[in-house]
Structure formats: structure tokens, C-alpha cells
Design a protein around this ligand. Structure first.
Ligand SMILES: Cc1cc2nc3c(=O)[nH]c(=O)nc-3n(C[C@H](O)[C@H](O)[C@H](O)COP(=O)(O)O)c2cc1C
Length: 645
């Protein structure tokens, strides 16, 4: 990929030759006339809608019981998605993946002849789907990067690591494989025994039990204290029942004091945890569905310093659900600088999920509480942005997390508020300083109600950052000494290096900014930040980026039938953002804003036109260039109906 400054094509075309079309309307990207495909009707743009809010993943719908029943029609969500997976007709027994277990000296299949899967490798190969015909991968990409292929005979690129006579899989020497593994493996795997302990409720949430008792007692104390203040004082002698009640209250207060002292003595201060340094770091937002491990690995390769897991729900984590525990997994290149984000509605959920995470994952730089998610399903349950309306509960969650997370720092991501015109983030910042030990806060400059309709309010983001700093100063002046400055990260509408620097440099109170859609549409955005210039990537360079994505996807999901189908599906989800890139060279006015839509346009070459297609069937065609022909019944409907804008 070239980071050379390119000439802007606009200079090459004289003004006189540009037959301007009327694209100067607000919200419409300005494309040079020669790239516009003339429309027959009234002014036409490629897409009608604007960006919709984050959507629940299919996993979330299952785990929260959402998506069942009638429910209201969700804005922008494709509820009738049919992303079915095909299954192999005669699946090979997992014990035979790498060949006959007995001849390799490993444990035989415990089901023997009764096994419902195929044991005869020759038979399996005779019914297996043909090899993938990829224009980009002439040999198995996973074998090439690992020195062996974990999918063995099931691999759809098997030809490149199969000896036909005798029938045997090829692999590199173990020392070479070990070297490759060192730089390329996944971390934060929970073992099946650990998962089973959670499923069977055998995991002892000892720290959570401790902190929840304290938090409950403090909360009860606070509400009893309030009631007592309201009672009028009287000099009359007290009845024995009253005296007894008072004595009970006194004992409870003593117990609370004792618990509080215990809390003070045992709690972790931010300074006792791993240091979280986000200052001027290049940060990619947590992104449900699209922010999967292969995408984050790609972003690391393209210069990101900090990445976050997709949002994991606390309750299924506590219950040991497989799909939820897949989310904290990361590529080794992501650590340090990898955060796990959780969503929950109550302190017990926050504590237990965090305690399990701290016990079962080793490479996590921060645990982040999502207090910004607008999804109705979670909001109705009191999670995500619902916590903005209940700051006391948010603080209990954060303190519980801090108590149990050991040396992992805790952070929080919020929005301006839930309603338009009622921002609460400033007050929250004050409470975070005074009442919690959070190491960082991220503020997305929009309310829940606003979704993506208006621009993020960066003036407000800056005011909150400054409010945070003045609270920290007050705190210090009172001699209470915060252990370390809370890292403040702003978020919203960062789409190019100019936005990035403008926001990062606007106030010393801001440590950095977080990028979401901008990094999906233009994954090389941090390369621009480093080069401090707009980079106009050719279609060939963009295909190389997609090739890397597919490489990482196959390494993550596998190169067998299942893995190829998963890679194709998530490739298409990625394309639902990636296709929105409008190259600088075809623009009349640059940079293009995130909410600007182009009129129908054609690229500088055929591939560029194809890469910009908003049609999901073209994304499938692109996937076929990397992954071979899609199944006849492969259908893809993006999660965001109007994912284009
Ligand atoms: C597809 C998609 C998925 C998202 N998933 C999450 C998520 O899991 N957790 C989260 O805190 N925010 C999530 N967000 C919100 C972003 O992190 C970010 O706050 C928001 O998009 C504003 O940033 P932007 O203007 O740079 O896109 C998601 C946004 C998008 C577009």
C-alpha cells in the first residue's frame, strides 16, 4: 500500500470540461461530472436512508429472548434476514480431521462404529465439496501462515497440503510451526472445564459476593438514612419496640461501617491496576458484528493502537454461554491495547461477569462498561444507555467491576444522554471523579434519541472533558488525590485525519478520539493519521485490504465449509460499510462527510465501480473472487437495512 501523496485528479480536469450536475444540495457528496451516472428521473442518490443505530446481533436476540413475539417494527433493522448456514452431507468425525487417530498415536473415537460421523477418510473425500477456486489464494492461506492446517481433511483448500500416495496431510517441522505460532495465535481462550464450571454454577464468585454485600448494605444504609432524617424529633419517652428498632438500626449501621472500612481497605485504586494510557492513541470503537476478531486484526495491521471486543452480555458470560465467551478472544497482535466491553443492567451482573473475565482471560487491557448502547432490546432491560438514566446504578456497576477485576482497569462508554436536549454527561463526569475509580471514559457526542440523525455535538464533548478536568482539580485541592487522571476519549463522526487531529487537539482535556464508521468505510484511516494526509487508495490496494481480511477470517473461522461460509457472511457485513468509500480522485469536493451520500457514480476502473456497489449481490460476487463460488442457497441481507448511510 502506498502512503505516497498522490496528485488529486481534480487538477487534471479543467473546470471548463466539467459539466456540473446539481449535486450541491446539503447532504450530497460532490462527485466530478465525468464519474456521475446520469439519472433519468429527478436527482437520484444511491441510497435513501441515513445510518441506523447499532443493531442487536443474532446472538443477542437469542440470548436476551428478543426477536420473539410481535414487537414493534425496528427502524432500519433487517428482521427477515435469512443467513442460514449449510451443513456437510457426510461430515467427517472430528477425531479423523488430521487422519486416523490410532495410526497417529492419539485417542480413538469413543463412539467407535456407532459414531454418526464418517470415519473413512477416502469415503469422506469422495463426497466432499470440490476445492475452492480462488483468484487470490492459490494455496491454503491457513497452512501458509501456520505451517499446518487445523481443518485437516475438511479444508476446502486441501490440495495444497495433501499427499495423495500415501494419503497424508503435509505439515512443517514443529520448530517452524512454533515460530509461526509465536506471532500468530489467538488469546483469551476459556477452557471447556472452566466453561462447564460456569454452566454448572460451580465457579465461586467470591469477590463478587463480598462487594455485592457491601454495595447492598451501603445502598440500604443510604435509603434508611434518608427516612430517618424525615422523622420529626420528639422528647417523649420511647416505647420499648421503638428502642429495640433503634438498637437494630445502630447494629446495622455498625455493620455497614465495618463493611465500608473493609471495602476501603480491600478495594483496588486505579493506581494499583495496570496503567491505561489512551493519550493520542489510535482507537477503533467496539462494533457489534462487524468489529469481529479478523476485522480488528486488520485494523491493527493498518495502524490501530487500541481495539475493543464486540459488546458481550454479562448474563450469558456468567452462565458460560459459548457464543458469548467467543467475544473476549483476541489476536495476539491486539494486546496490549485490547478492551473487553460488557453490557449489563445491575451491579451483580457487572461484578460476576467481570470476575469471570478476570479469572479466565489473561490478555485484557481494560474492561469497559457499555452505557451508550441504544438498542431497544437492551434499553428495556435497563442495560446500555438505560444506565444513563440511573447514574447511581451505573456507579454501583463500575465500583463492583473495579473491586473484582484485579489488576485490569475499568472504563466506561457513554452518550450525551438518552433524550435530546437533556445532556447528562457533564454531571456524570463529576460523579465518576468523586465516586468511582474508572481509568477512562469515552463520550459519544449524541443522545440515544438522536441515533445518527444529526452530527455529534463536539462542543458538548469538549465541555464535558473540561468539566472532568476541573472536577479532578477540585478533588486534588481537597487533598483527596486521585490516583491518576481519567483518560477522556471523544467519539462521533471522525472520518479522516483532519477530523482526528481537529478533535484531539481541540483541548488538552481530551486524550484521544475513537473511530467507528470511519474505520469500517476506510480501514486505512490511521495510516492517514500517521501520514497526515488523505490517501486515495486504488481499487487494487483496496482489494489487497480485503484479501487480508479474508486471510484473517479463514484463520479465525477455519478453512472448512463452515469457516468459508462464516468468512463469506462477515465479509459481506464488512462490505456493507466498505463500499461507501468515495475516492478522493473522483470527488469535486473533499473530504466527504459521513452523512453525505453520493449520486450514482462509476469508478476509475471496473473494479472500483464494483467495490462501490451498494448491491449485496455484488458483495457476494466479490467474495467469490476470494472464496470461490457461493452455495446456490447463499443469501445475504446486511444487518443494517440502510447500512449505506
Ligand atoms: C455497526 C455498529 C456497531 C456498533 N457496536 C457497538 C458496540 O458493540 N458497543 C459500543 O459501545 N458501540 C457500538 N457502536 C457505536 C460506535 O462505537 C460509536 O460510538 C458510534 O458509531 C459513533 O461513532 P462514529 O460516528 O465514528 O461512527 C456501533 C456502531 C456501529 C455503526
Amino acid at each position: 500500500m502506498s502512503s505516497e501523496k498522490r496528485s488529486n485528479d481534480s487538477q487534471e480536469v479543467s473546470d471548463a470540461s466539467i459539466k456540473r450536475q446539481d449535486t450541491s444540495t446539503k447532504g450530497i457528496a460532490q462527485i466530478k461530472a465525468e464519474y456521475i451516472i446520469p439519472s433519468t428521473g429527478p436527482a437520484q442518490t444511491r441510497n435513501e436512508a441515513i445510518d441506523t443505530e447499532e443493531q442487536p446481533s443474532d446472538r443477542m436476540l437469542v440470548e436476551t429472548g428478543g426477536g420473539k413475539g410481535k414487537g414493534k417494527k425496528k427502524r432500519g433493522q433487517n428482521k427477515n434476514r435469512d443467513n442460514r448456514q449449510t451443513k456437510e452431507e457426510n461430515p467427517l468425525c472430528p477425531k479423523f480431521l488430521q487422519g486416523n487417530p490410532e495410526s497417529r498415536g492419539t485417542q480413538p473415537c469413543p463412539f467407535g462404529d456407532d459414531c454418526k460421523f464418517v470415519h473413512d477418510v477416502q469415503l469422506y473425500l469422495s463426497t466432499k465439496k470440490p476445492e475452492v477456486e480462488s483468484q487470490f489464494f492459490k494455496e491454503c492461506p491457513v497452512f501458509k501462515s501456520l505451517g499446518y492446517c487445523p481443518m485437516g481433511f475438511k479444508c476446502r483448500f486441501l490440495g495444497s497440503h495433501l499427499n495423495k500416495d500415501p494419503l497424508q496431510l503435509v505439515q512443517l517441522e514443529s520448530s517452524e510451526r512454533a515460530k509461526l505460532y509465536e506471532a500468530n495465535h489467538e488469546v483469551n481462550h476459556i477452557s471447556s472445564d472452566q466453561k462447564l464450571d460456569l454452566v454448572k454454577k460451580r465457579f465461586l464468585f467470591e469477590k463478587s459476593e463480598q462487594v455485592l454485600e457491601i454495595i447492598d448494605a451501603l445502598q440500604r444504609g443510604a435509603s434508611e438514612g434518608k427516612n430517618e432524617e424525615e422523622k420529626p424529633k420528639s422528647d417523649e419517652p420511647k416505647a420499648p419496640q421503638v428502642l429495640q428498632r433503634e438498637e437494630e438500626q445502630r447494629l446495622r449501621r455498625d455493620r455497614q461501617r465495618e463493611l465500608y472500612n473493609q471495602y476501603k481497605d480491600t478495594r483496588y485504586f486505579a493506581s494499583e491496576k495496570k496503567k491505561l494510557d489512551l493519550h493520542h492513541k489510535k482507537i477503533v470503537s467496539p462494533l457489534t458484528t462487524v468489529g469481529n476478531l479478523p476485522y480488528r486484526r486488520l485494523m491493527r495491521k493498518l495502524g490501530a493502537d487500541v481495539t475493543y471486543s464486540e459488546m458481550a452480555l454479562a448474563v450469558p458470560l456468567i452462565q458460560g454461554t459459548n457464543s458469548e465467551w467467543a467475544l473476549p478472544k483476541a489476536h495476539v497482535s491486539e494486546y496490549p491495547g485490547f478492551g473487553v466491553q460488557i453490557a449489563c443492567s445491575k451491579a451483580w451482573q457487572a461484578a460476576k461477569a467481570t470476575e469471570a473475565l478476570a479469572a479466565h482471560t489473561s490478555q485484557v487491557s481494560e474492561v469497559n462498561l457499555n452505557c451508550g448502547c441504544p438498542i431497544d432490546l437492551l434499553y428495556r432491560q435497563g442495560s446500555g444507555s438505560a444506565l444513563l438514566d440511573n447514574p447511581a446504578r451505573m456507579i454501583r456497576c463500575l465500583n463492583a467491576m473495579s473491586y473484582v477485576s484485579g489488576e485490569i482497569p475499568v472504563s466506561v462508554k457513554i452518550r450525551t444522554g438518552t433524550k435530546d436536549g437533556h445532556p447528562v454527561a457533564g454531571l456524570l463526569a463529576r460523579r465518576l471523579v468523586n465516586e468511582t475509580d474508572v481509568a477512562a471514559m469515552t463520550l459519544h457526542g449524541r443522545s440515544r434519541a438522536q441515533r445518527y440523525t444529526k452530527n455529534a455535538d463536539w462542543d458538548y464533548v469538549v465541555r464535558v472533558a473540561e468539566e472532568l478536568r476541573s472536577c479532578e482539580d477540585e478533588y486534588d485541592r481537597e487533598g483527596r488525590q486521585r490516583s491518576q487522571r481519567i483518560q477522556f476519549v471523544g467519539n462521533g463522526d471522525v472520518n479522516n485525519f483532519e477530523d482526528w487531529y481537529a478533535h484531539v487537539n481541540r483541548s488538552d482535556a481530551i486524550d484521544s478520539v475513537m473511530v467507528a464508521r470511519g474505520a469500517l468505510i476506510k480501514p486505512w484511516i490511521f495510516e492517514e493519521v500517521d501520514a497526515q494526509q488523505h490517501l486515495d487508495k486504488s481499487s487494487t490496494e483496496r482489494m489487497d485490504i480485503l484479501k487480508d481480511y479474508i486471510q484473517f477470517a479463514l484463520e479465525h473461522w477455519g478453512s472448512d465449509e463452515y469457516g468459508v461460509a462464516q468468512s463469506r457472511r462477515f465479509f459481506c457485513e464488512f462490505m456493507s460499510f466498505f463500499h461507501r468509500y468515495i475516492p478522493m480522485g473522483i470527488c469535486e469536493k473533499y473530504p466527504v462527510q459521513l452523512n453525505e451520500r453520493p449520486p450514482n457514480w462509476k469508478g476509475r476502473d471496473e473494479m472500483e465501480t464494483m467495490l462501490a456497489s451498494p448491491d449485496a449481490s455484488d458483495w457476494i460476487k466479490l467474495s467469490e473472487m476470494f472464496l470461490g463460488k457461493a452455495e446456490e442457497n447463499f443469501v445475504f441481507t446486511p444487518k443494517h437495512k440502510s447500512s449505506s448511510y
